[in-house]
Design a protein around this ligand. Structure first.
Ligand code: B12
Ligand code: SF4
Length: 492
């Protein structure tokens, strides 16, 4: 079995010529056109091959008529595929050992070391927020792949050993919702004295129930939280009674970066009241902010409601269903070009008020370090955590002088200088090696700025090819990264 991540058209066609019985195409709604083209290529190059469509794109109504295919799998796919292949659908799962991303860089400066690994504990979320496609797509249920703390620990340990990094990006919509499993993972790590670092997604109520100090012990370094809206907080049970600003502050004080996401152009929004929600997201002072337009994605409750009310537009191609430009439903208060201007304005407001995200992340790491360093005694778990915060603060701290030079405004320049002073107080003056590294970072950043000016900031990932030998599953990473094909250089 072969998996191609981010294939160019030519790379995909080349692979098809090897001859396959089945081609599975995983796609999301905005990648509809790509999936259709891939299916067309399968029929053209390998007409005897069966085509199976899966992933969130499979939720598009009538997709079987729109894209050439033999099967459409809506929902959890592993068990379906096993059944289809005549295998036991409930046999234990062996989690593959894979990178979570194809590259890591800041301002065009590549980060040294291995990229974090991928960990998928399960799919779905029971909370069922009306707009949420990952909750609805999996039937408002959670389907675990790694159901216990022990399974999570053993999987993480194996992958960390194979890939040579303790960092993971956890693809689970609401990882802390299963509080007992996450606590059991902490226990396993403490018993085995092996500690990992996790980037997770979780809702505010699940984070609060889990306990912030437990997040520290779990090794969480980044958490993505859907704050959605202040003016409609009551619409999201997960946020009722949560003091978002205090939650973000306390997480950052513990060295946990926060990505706060919010929704613009909701049904009740008008140009007069929407600034209140934008201000709310900005005032949270999270490390990252994501503003998204309200998009009723197929399969959600919101989609069905809008469909019922005749609000869905039929003139918007699926590639525009990504929430950063146009609305999918007609909105009485916003004409077609306006949402994009609001999105841009909101991001710009956050940037000028809170400075660059990397500056905030560097500061969060330092806050985490300072807090632990001030404690009288640390056990092994917290000591590892303190050293991780220190390493990250020193590493990202090298970018602070660069950020000062390229600051968006005087406020950011001031903040960068103040952070420099704090870093110096915590770790002492920089040595020759660090000063030389900063000079290189200045040069690389200038090169990146020039590249953005001339070619834009689009980055096309290289194809990741993973081959699994037929008849047996090998958990190890067998991925060879290939250089981008000539047709793949333009922006994604
Ligand atoms: C990681 C991620 C990204 C990463 C991808 C990095 C990478 N290495 O692939 C980045 C940051 C680049 C990204 C970008 C975007 N993303 Co994104 N992303 C995710 C995220 C968080 C995890 C995806 C994942 O791996 N899940 C774990 C796997 C196991 O789940 P799964 O894919 O659903 O697979 C299961 C089933 O669907 C099924 N299945 C899947 N494929 C197949 C194929 C076959 C043949 C079969 C049988 C079954 C099957 O079986 C699997 C196991 O049950 C999801 C949210 C989520 N938790 O899923 C959003 C999500 C996929 N992203 C989404 C969106 C909208 C985007 C963007 C358009 C955002 C934007 N405005 O820019 C871009 C598009 C980028 C692009 N050009 O394609 C939406 C898709 C909505 C939709 N209904 O189509 C999601 C669902 C988030 C959301 N809730 O809105 N994303
Ligand atoms: S809490 Fe998050 S993942 Fe769960 S349903 Fe709501 S938006 Fe989706």
């Amino acid at each position: 079995m072969t998996v191609l991540d981010f294939p160019s058209r030519e790379r995909f066609a080349r692979e098809l010529r090897r001859g396959y019985d089945i081609v599975g195409i995983s796609f999301i709604t905005p990648n509809f056109v790509k999936a259709r083209e891939m299916a067309r290529l399968v029929r053209e190059i390998s007409p005897g091959t069966e085509i199976v469509l899966g992933g969130h794109g499979a939720a598009i109504e009538g997709v079987e008529e729109l894209i050439e295919c033999d099967h459409v799998v809506k929902g959890e796919g592993i068990r379906w595929l096993r059944r289809h292949l005549g295998q036991n659908p409930f046999a234990p799962l062996v989690h593959p050992s894979l990178p979570s991303t194809e590259r890591m860089s800041i301002f065009g400066v590549p980060l040294l070391g291995n990229t974090s690994s991928l960990l998928v504990p399960g799919v779905g979320c029971v909370n069922g927020c009306n707009f949420c496609c990952t909750s609805h797509y999996f039937g408002l249920r959670y389907t675990p792949f790694l159901g216990t703390g022990r399974e999570l620990f053993e999987t993480a340990r194996r992958i960390a050993d194979e890939r040579g990094t303790d960092g993971f990006f956890v693809m689970d919509e609401n990882f802390l919702k299963d509080r007992e499993r996450a606590l059991a993972l902490v226990e396993e790590m403490e018993r085995e004295k092996r500690f990992f670092r996790f980037h997770i997604f979780s809702s505010a109520e699940a984070i609060t129930a889990f306990g912030l100090d437990n997040l520290v012990r779990l090794g969480v370094t980044m958490v993505w939280i859907g704050f959605e809206s202040r003016s409609r907080q009551s619409a999201f049970k997960k946020n009722v009674g949560i003091d978002g600003k205090a939650l973000v502050r306390e997480l950052r004080n513990r060295g946990i970066s926060v990505l706060a996401s919010g929704i613009l152009c909701m049904e009740h929004h008008t140009p007069e009241n929407m600034p209140e929600d934008i201000d709310y997201l900005v005032e949270l002072e999270a490390d990252f902010v994501q503003f998204m337009l309200l998009i009723p994605l197929p399969v959600t409750k919101l989609y069905r409601e809008h469909q019922h009310r005749g609000l869905l537009r039929d003139d918007l191609p699926f590639e525009e269903w990504h929430g950063q430009k146009e609305l999918v439903s007609r909105h009485p208060a916003f004409s077609a070009p306006e949402p994009e201007r609001w999105i841009e304005k909101a991001f710009a407001q956050d940037y000028s008020a809170n400075s660059s995200s990397m500056l905030r992340v560097a500061e969060t790491s330092l806050r985490g370090y300072e807090r632990l360093a001030a404690m009288p005694a640390l056990d092994e778990c917290l000591d590892t955590r303190m050293r991780n915060c220190e390493r990250q603060a020193r590493e990202y701290g090298l970018m602070v002088p660069v950020m000062a030079r390229h600051a968006v405004n005087e406020l950011e320049r001031e903040r960068a200088r103040a952070l420099e002073a704090r870093l110096k107080r915590a770790f002492g003056p920089r040595g020759m090696k660090e000063m030389a590294a900063i000079a290189v970072l200045h040069a690389l950043t200038l090169r990146w700025k020039l590249r953005v000016r001339l070619l834009g900031d689009g980055i096309q990932p290289r194809t990741i090819v993973t081959r699994y030998p037929a008849g047996r599953f090998e958990a190890g990473l067998m991925a060879e990264a290939e250089p981008p094909a000539p047709d793949a250089v333009s922006a994604a």
